[in-house]
Design a protein around this ligand. Sequence first.
Ligand SMILES: *[C@@H]1O[C@H](CO)[C@@H](O)[C@H](O)[C@H]1NC(C)=O
Ligand SMILES: *[C@@H]1O[C@H](CO)[C@@H](O)[C@H](O)[C@H]1NC(C)=O
Length: 461
Amino acid sequence: MSWSSILAGSTPLLIAFSFILAWLVYRRIGPTEYDGPPAGTAGEGVRIHVLVLGDIGRSPRMTYHALSIAKHGAKVNLVGYLETTPHPDLINNPNISITALPTPPPKPPLLPFLFFAPYKVLFQAYHLFHHLAYALPPAQWLLVQNPPSIPTLAIASLVSRLRNSELLIDWHNYSWTILASTRGRHHPLVYLSALYERRLAHHGALHLTVTRAMARQLRQPPYSITQQLLPVHDRPAALFQPLAGPRTAAQLTALLPASCAALVPSLLDGTTHLLVSSTSWTPDEDFSLLLDALVAYAASPGATPVLAVITGKGPQKEYYLGRVAELTKAGRLPGVRVEMAFLPFADYAALLACADLGVCLHKSSSGVDLPMKVVDMFGAGLPVAAYSGYESFGELVKEGENGRGFETAGELAGILERLLGDAGKGELEVLRKGAVREGSRRWDEEWDASVGIVLGFVKGK
Ligand SMILES: *[C@@H]1O[C@H](CO)[C@@H](O)[C@H](O)[C@H]1NC(C)=O
Ligand SMILES: *[C@@H]1O[C@H](CO)[C@@H](O)[C@H](O)[C@H]1NC(C)=O
């Protein structure tokens, strides 16, 4: 027998031996696996990783997930960037530890995006894998925010496979639509990222969405997700609360621009109404809708005086400041004062609670998200008039119960005439009660009744 035939005869053995060796090496140097209570059950030793490839301080929803999980006694590792100060409850929570990811270096100005992007993705992938697979103890669930999906979904899928964790995807949006909004719908990268996102989505054992409409969309092609989908609506932050009693002169004086001081007495006796709208001053929120509605309202016979305070910063603000000045000068806004303001968060929350009606111009391009500003207005007990031309609208604003929907400036003007006139007092009061009711449902209640039950932290009814 020649050596070569011996070697050929033992090939299967050699292959088997190499596999065993590789397996042993992997057991030795690979990530440890989770072996605590199985997914869907609570108990000693439950740990959950919460991952957002973004600034933790500006990720309220992932912050609330972490706080809810910790409240039920599980250990949480919250992984993300530390750019702004995170929510104080996170920092003082004995059940939560924060893992700060290193921020990728900024793109050198001369380097083309196509060269920088792969480097940035590799940088992020390496640090994500290092922390999730090695630096942190293994977890029962890995909860990941999507988007961004690159490279988070790939790394999260891999790590959950290697560590025996279940993958839980919280859908805030779709990665590819965000990319499409800057690169155009037909860019090859948009096509590839959509393919990637859809393919990896199937690794999720459970999916959370911001609306029921989004859950329906994910159920259908091209996503065709077959695993459990659970809508979890965003709820107002604790800062947004209705007033305990009537608004006072001191409150109004402190919150309104100094130039409005003369209006305080008429606001207090209800002869002037206070309207609040917050806008990002982008084409997504067409401010001309509100401005045209105010012009039409001012021209209507029964119009009562209105102070409209518009908060927010954005590119079109200067343009509309000019428009308001022109219209006022031309006498097209009699009895209507439009003031632009930029308020600290707590003052904004207090202003909402003092107002008579909130106006929301948010147009959802996806059709399946909900404007956080309306959530906050309800938290402050403020009824709304909101743009209604999209699918998920009715999940938050209930027509005639807590607000009114409009699609045109004419419709909005009609709502203002009705609600701010004498005849509308009763209706406005009904809407206000509805807003308080809707706003009183807070995150804990929402979370416990859905995610809490599915994760086994809360007993179902
Ligand atoms: C931390 O977990 C314990 C149980 O392990 C629980 O009793 C406590 O309320 C939790 N604390 C917070 C602040 O969530
Ligand atoms: C997703 O992002 C796009 C682009 O930023 C935005 O227009 C859209 O409203 C968002 N959709 C959701 C569901 O949040």
